[in-house]
Each structure stands twice: as structure tokens, then as C-alpha cells.
Write a protein that binds this ligand. Structure first.
Ligand code: FES
Length: 115
């Protein structure tokens, strides 16, 4: 694949633990949102094996920003892609971010609360 012009790359964990927690539905939601908005030439996706964060899965990693997202659902996955398309930050469920030349764990719980 020619990456010239690609603005983002989502790494979609499809390891065993994430798959048990719904990773395939997350993968489909990410790819459907990219297709629905005709961003297939500028957003690349790759399924990965385990990323070593099983207890937080399903995991989605946004590259090159270096944001790692936990407990992803199809709804959150769609919101994440739309935020990327709109060049907005997406903080919900962010587990790690890359800043000052290393990864930093989120200090607060960014998981949206139900009800
Ligand atoms: S299976 Fe996804 S982090 Fe381990």
C-alpha cells in the first residue's frame, strides 16, 4: 500500500482476549465508518494480535498520534474515526497517549459513564 497522503492508521487488536470482548465488531465499525465517509485512501487499518493490554480490551491504537484506547465498542469506534476525520481530539476511553517522547497513562478515567 502506498502510504503517501495517509493521515491516520488504526491498529485494531484482534488477539484472543479482545476478540472475546467484541473486537471484531469494533473492527467492522471502524472500517464501515471509514468506508461510509469515503476515507479509504487516507485512513489505513491493520488488525493486530495481542498488544499486551488484554484486561483493558478491546484495544484500538491511533497512529501516528500514539493514542491507545481501551474498552472500545462499535459506537466509540465510530466516534473515534469521525473525530479523526474532523481533526478533533478523542479523549473518551483513552488509556495512553504519546507526549514528550514517551507514552503516558491517562491520569483520570475517561470511560463514559452510563445513565
Ligand atoms: S488481546 Fe488485545 S491486548 Fe491482548
Amino acid at each position: 500500500m502506498n502510504l503517501e497522503g495517509v493521515s491516520g492508521h488504526f491498529l485494531l487488536c484482534n488477539g484472543k482476549s479482545c476478540t472475546r470482548k467484541g473486537a471484531e465488531a469494533v473492527t467492522q465499525a471502524v472500517r464501515k465508518t471509514i468506508n461510509d465517509h469515503d476515507f479509504t485512501k487516507s485512513i489505513h487499518t491493520t488488525k493486530t494480535w495481542c498488544n499486551g493490554q488484554c484486561k483493558h480490551g478491546p484495544i484500538v491504537i491511533s497512529y501516528p498520534k500514539g493514542d491507545w484506547y481501551q474498552a472500545m465498542t462499535p459506537t466509540l469506534a465510530k466516534q473515534l474515526v469521525l473525530a479523526h476525520i474532523q481533526r478533533q481530539p478523542f479523549l473518551n476511553n483513552r488509556l495512553y497517549t504519546y507526549a514528550e517522547e514517551h507514552f503516558k497513562k491517562e491520569e483520570k478515567d475517561n470511560t463514559p459513564k452510563e445513565g
